[in-house]
Ligand binder design. Structure first.
Ligand SMILES: [Zn+2]
Ligand SMILES: [Zn+2]
Length: 331
């Protein structure tokens, strides 16, 4: 089988890979679509910490259960999508029902080889049925679930003024699910291109943080979500939180958060980190797509094939502003 291999930073090759060996009890999946995520661009450009090369990236995946599957969790041929976070099942987080932050989590396409290939295998508990969805839609469930998980952790209050910082795919996902839960959402970024996608494509009021006095936003929002991946924005985001409000950090940076305690304390801020997503978030997103609440046609802005991704992925990594979600079609 063929796979897209990142041999070292800035080097992608379509290579022949050894035939897949399916571990006992796992489910073979013939890959149909793979969404390209910020993580995949970082793996390509060499900005992903703790990553070893060569690596097959890809964790946003839909496919059909292989014809050779003999277990009883799924029917061969049915459309499934992956929860790509493999957890130990025994650590404190796993015992508490939070495998999304397992102490020894292993994410396909990051810590082990992923889905930019023709076949993968996963434990049955890491696959969800995607009937009623197209293969494209099914491959978008993972990144949407990241936003859904952040909103679920926050317990958004209906009608609450809510600010989502960062208008990339994860920011958009957070904004969409906060709105589904009734929040009054404004999306902020410094990229006019990304903001016009949020406003024209999805109807969100927007703020260009580069063009306004951010002091005017002080203490205005019951809920603030950060999806910027920018430490300055993450540190500044606290000031936008209303007294009694919440601050939810979705994106991760390799840096130190620093808040003045009086600012943090006087608001009695509730601070959340949100990591990955749970199967219940995936199911929530699947139901929302089935119910027509998410305009997946507008989210899927670019597409390519496994062969053409060798050129397209590097091009998109260089210029991501117009790319909401790019999808690789796997034959
Ligand atoms: Zn992703
Ligand atoms: Zn665990």
């Amino acid at each position: 089988m063929k796979g897209l291999v990142c041999t070292e930073p800035n080097a992608l090759e379509l290579r022949a890979l050894p035939e897949l060996v399916v571990p006992p009890g796992w489910v073979p999946v013939d890959v149909r679509r793979v969404g390209i995520c910020g993580t995949d661009y970082h793996i390509y450009t060499g900005n992903q910490p703790f990553l070893s090369y060569p690596r097959v990236a890809g964790h946003e995946v839909s496919g059909v259960v292989g014809p050779d599957y003999t277990g009883d969790a799924f029917q061969p041929g049915e459309l499934v999508l992956a929860n790509p976070y493999l957890s130990c099942g025994a650590c404190h987080a796993c015992s508490a029902g939070k495998p999304n932050c397992c102490e020894t989590i292993s994410v396909i396409g990051v810590h082990r080889d992923g889905a930019m290939t023709q076949r993968i295998a996963l434990p049955p508990g890491n696959l969800l049925r995607a009937d009623g969805l197209t293969p494209d839609q099914a491959a978008m469930v993972e990144f949407l679930s990241i936003g859904r998980h952040a909103v679920a952790r926050t317990h958004v209050v209906g009608g609450a003024p809510t600010l989502v910082l960062g208008a990339g795919p994860i920011g958009l996902a957070s904004a969409l699910f906060a709105r589904i839960d009734g929040a009054d959402v404004t999306v902020a970024d410094v990229s006019e291109t990304k903001l016009s996608i949020a406003s024209d494509g999805f109807g969100f009021p927007t703020l260009n943080l580069g063009a306004i006095d951010t002091g005017d936003l002080t203490s205005r929002f019951t809920h603030v979500f950060d999806a910027t991946g920018n430490i300055k924005a993450m540190n500044a985001g606290l000031f936008h939180v209303a007294h009694g409000g919440t601050y939810t950090l979705v994106s991760v940076v390799k840096d130190t958060l620093a808040f003045p305690d009086p600012e943090f304390h006087k608001r009695e801020t509730t601070l959340f980190a949100s990591r990955n997503a749970l199967n219940e978030d995936f199911r929530f997103v699947i139901d929302a797509i089935r119910a027509g609440k998410i305009d997946t046609d507008r989210l899927g802005t670019h597409r390519t094939t496994l062969t053409d991704a060798v050129h397209d992925l590097p091009a998109w990594a260089r210029d991501r502003d117009t790319v909401v979600k790019a999808i690789i079609e796997v034959a």
